[in-house]
Unconditional design. Structure first.
Ligand SMILES: Nc1ncnc2c1ncn2[C@@H]1O[C@H](COP(=O)(O)OP(=O)(O)O)[C@@H](O)[C@H]1O
Ligand SMILES: Nc1ncnc2c1ncn2[C@@H]1O[C@H](COP(=O)(O)OP(=O)(O)O)[C@@H](O)[C@H]1O
Ligand SMILES: [Mg+2]
Ligand SMILES: [Mg+2]
Ligand SMILES: [Mg+2]
Ligand SMILES: [Mg+2]
Lengths: 333, 210, 333, 210
């Protein structure tokens, strides 16, 4: 296992310490229980937005704590959801009296741990509104599964709902933006290589030198299909077709594109993916209004990418451009 | 062989769970690697290590002991199994409120509450290839023995066997809850890790009652 | 070779097309010859800042074109310097009459190609001021080598001199900032894995599963020493010692830290590196004033990191915070 | 066997350079992988492919031909070898201004200018393990033969042998210019790629004069 770490057991805590050092102007980091909040939380007279999940997806979630996005983030161990006490402590810390929206990626563990935390917070008189994100079209049949997974739409929901909270939206309005983003966004991902969970020390799955895994999630879990490697343009077609057909997106739609790297794929390749996405959109008569290219929701050092499309409306477009200031994304301030 | 379990016996149960799950951590993670994300053994070991340190050092009355165990699992295991095993123990604790001795009837009530809690929390049913496939058969076996007026010890031996069989029965199932469900048909042919640790928990209870 | 590409020969051009699509609000991309300039270049009444080099180091340089940083960037083929005609065309395009500073990383090819371009531009009456960056302390003996390589300080110089140009600095002043940054910054890097140059199709060097290469550059060239893998804290010591001793940095210095990923190392690890750097600085009585953690000057998908320290003065600190708006870095606007 | 080279012969030279360097592209990149970044063969092949398309389709007079060749190399090869080979051909072109036939004396003058240009551009000297270690011996050999009044053909055969020997002599050198210099002692024992292609360029000239 080739990693810049000291000890798998201390990885998350040490990484949070480095994060605190680099971003002390923006965030406060609490250890044991682990959570990250905006400096001076609770901030202002606003609804708070909180998310969390296993570590290994950086910059998600802690990198998105700051003005115009999250008020708090709860990182669990690598690929393992945070615990209710962690989420509860963070919820108490960010609540300014107007309630807290929990953005939860749809994984059994995340959903249950957030659910218990919300019950405990509710018992303490904190209003919590949980919203589950499940945008991954790779999981096809939701009656016989735990349901679609939450992937790229999480980033978009956190940003857009964070902007709505910042401008004074109510608990219902902020949660409503998360729900709208989840309803209007679809994603699909693929891997060229597996990742190595530090505590396991070896690749989660094995891929041959000429193979790729299509339909992966973000926890190194294998996907739906193992296929021979193809050129980038063909791979993008394989991701875009199910994404476009599912919502479905239609000619004339204006969309935001997230071309996301899984962690080990260099930017030069992500822009090749972006080019291919742009060609598909223009072939379908769709408008590319906004784009985000880079490592935004990752699986440790996995090589690969995911594509998320969000159908925009004027309110979402306006919210996207609102001032944003987090360790990982920043504009307008 | 007593016909009730007192606080000391229950503490031995929890301690035995910790011993056995820590010892089988690699095996449980291996099972999880096949159809999940390979952390189930580590999760359970982390949780029960914390239980040993925080709860078993000074175990309280039956209800307090199981509540503390559940809370500790809840706050240290994470993932899917943390809330589920946490709920199992905490709901059992609720049913034992005030009791100092647990007889078969009370144990059936407590385990019934616990398993119902797991079912509700996870929204899973029998046959979904989860820990419920070990817990439900154990509970049914205990209930049948309870109606027949069986003694605590033999009833728990039978329940342990039922849990173990239920656990093996997950092998030919296709998962429809939890991470394994993403694999669809690919989950066929593998034993469910959570069912395996649930069966170990029941077996540990049978062992302290033997 | 597992890459999200279509054809090694078309990689740079296709990646630039995707880049143009994603960032058309900020930049204009010209193909054949390949260069990237700020939208509407030449911009305002200011000195222009231009850089370039082989591709494969993204976001460097094209990702740094924009307000407060570069006016133009010339990407060559992967790890191969751009050609004089490319640099000349870009120089013409960005010159607004007040001259053009060329930021050149010290590699034989880059230096000569930029030199020829500067001669050609000079012959056309364009004032060009070239500055060479050579901050890599891994190259020890500069009399018997092509000299130290330009690495992490390049990013810092481009940002700080870009800010100086934006506020109206003269050609000499802007070039002076580049020189000052180069004089006050030192870097060293290491690799856990090699990268794969697309046209070669296999790793440039072979590292065993328990080996690392210390003192690497950014072109997949092997470093000075091959050593057994160590924990992150020890690796950071190996990078920091020569960096600190070389300038030398002293107790009381305020520094900017660039914790740079080589492309394939996930952010969670870079923050572990950041933590270790912070510990070394505080042990030495130095002040961590500014930090930048992420993939800023990379070697394709190489796993590894580099650390750059820049000794700050009040002017450099002020320039760092000035408004910046590029595809890869943005703040204050 | 003519005692001068005309425009057609020089065009054959450039064409032969293209043929041979393209054919040896993998070998040259291999040499560069050992002590550089593994692209020298690709760089030269890219450049001479462009020369074939843009220059050899309609080759001009000697000076124009070599100037176009140099400019094309300059704008397509990149890296270290682009400016150096570009300079070599462009400086040679300067010395040939107006000439239609090139005799040995003029060739020596032109090559001398070209090699001097390479030396200045790269700030390298003999023994630095670069292309100069092939070019300088070739030039010396030509000059000696020129003074002895040798014929063009045999003088170029000798120069090609000198270049080849100079190229082999780079093997035991430690590089002190270019990318290979970062390796220090590790560059020992490898033949310099740029010297190899420079020797091929001289050999091609000898071949058209034979
Ligand atoms: N909805 C559910 N209901 C009951 N048990 C579940 C459910 N989802 C998962 N499980 C159990 O949890 C086990 C996996 O636990 P673990 O690996 O610790 O968590 P995670 O899946 O979050 O990594 C599964 O083997 C299964 O028995
Ligand atoms: N300063 C220099 N002077 C003369 N020749 C040089 C110099 N630096 C490098 N070279 C030659 O260039 C060759 C490498 O060329 P190439 O691989 O195409 O470029 P790069 O090193 O930029 O990748 C070396 O083998 C050497 O012969
Ligand atoms: Mg897990
Ligand atoms: Mg698991
Ligand atoms: Mg090169
Ligand atoms: Mg080379």
């Amino acid at each position: 296992m080739k990693k810049l770490i000291n000890d798998p057991e201390r990885l998350v805590a040490e990484s949070l310490e480095g994060f605190a050092l680099a971003h002390h102007d923006l965030v406060e980091v609490h250890l044991a229980p682990d959570y990250v909040v905006r400096r001076g939380a609770p901030v202002g007279d606003k609804v708070a937005l909180l998310s969390g999940g296993g570590s290994g997806h950086e910059p998600l979630h802690a990198g998105y704590v700051g003005r115009g996005m999250l008020d708090g983030a709860c990182p669990g161990p690598v690929f393992t959801s945070p615990t209710p006490d962690q989420i509860l402590a963070c919820t108490r810390r960010v609540d300014g009296g107007r309630g807290v929206v929990h953005v939860v990626k749809n994984y059994t563990g995340d959903v249950m741990n957030f659910e218990i935390a919300a019950e405990l917070a509710g018992a303490e008189g904190i209003r919590v509104e949980p919203v589950v994100i499940d945008d991954d079209v790779a999981v096809q049949d939701s009656t016989y599964t735990a349901g679609r997974r939450g992937v790229g739409a999480t980033v978009l929901a956190e940003r857009l709902a964070g902007a709505r909270a910042e401008e004074g939206g109510s608990l219902e309005e902020v949660a409503g933006i998360v729900r709208r983003v989840n309803a209007e966004a679809r994603s699909m991902g693929m891997a060229l290589t597996s990742c190595v969970v530090p505590s396991a020390g070896r690749p989660t799955f094995d891929l041959g030198p000429e193979e790729m895994e299509v339909g992966i999630g973000i926890h190194g879990e294998p996907g739906r299909r193992r296929l021979p490697l193809e050129p980038a343009d063909r791979i993008v077609d394989m991701l875009m077709d199910p994404v476009l057909d599912d919502l479905p997106f239609r000619s004339g739609d204006r969309v935001l594109v997230l071309c996301n790297g899984m962690g080990g794929t260099p930017l030069i390749e992500l822009y090749v993916v972006m080019r291919a996405v742009g060609r598909v959109l223009s072939d379908r008569g769709m408008g590319l209004a906004l784009s985000l290219v880079g490592n935004h929701i990752t699986s440790l050092e996995m090589a690969g990418c995911s594509v998320t499309l969000l159908r925009l409306d004027p309110e979402l477009e306006r919210l996207w451009d609102a001032p944003l200031h987090t360790p990982a994304l920043r504009w307008g301030v | 062989m007593a016909d009730t379990l007192d606080a000391a016996a229950l503490a031995r149960w929890v301690g035995l769970c910790a011993d056995r799950l820590e010892a089988r951590s690699a095996e449980l993670s291996q099972l999880d690697a096949a159809i999940g994300d390979g952390d189930h053994g580590a999760n359970m070991a982390r949780g029960f290590r914390a239980v040993r340190e925080r709860v078993l050092a000074e175990p309280g009355a039956p209800d307090q002991l199981l509540k503390d165990t559940g809370m500790t699992l809840l706050s240290t295991v994470g993932g899917a199994s943390g809330p589920l095993f946490g709920t199992l123990f905490m709901r059992m604790a609720g049913a034992l409120a005030g009791a100092t001795e647990v007889d078969l009837a009370l144990l059936i009530r407590a385990l019934g509450e616990g398993v119902e809690g797991v079912r509700r929390r996870g929204r899973a049913e029998a046959g979904d290839k989860t820990m419920l496939d070990a817990l439900l058969p154990a509970l049914e076996s205990l209930r049948a023995d309870g109606e027949r007026g069986a003694a605590l010890g033999p009833a728990l031996q039978a329940a342990a066997r039922a849990a173990e069989e239920g656990c093996r029965a997950t092998i030919p199932m296709v998962a429809s809850r939890g991470r394994a469900s993403y694999l669809g048909e690919r989950s066929l042919g593998h034993q469910d890790p959570g069912a395996t640790s649930a069966a170990a928990v029941i077996a540990a209870l049978a062992a302290v009652a033997a």
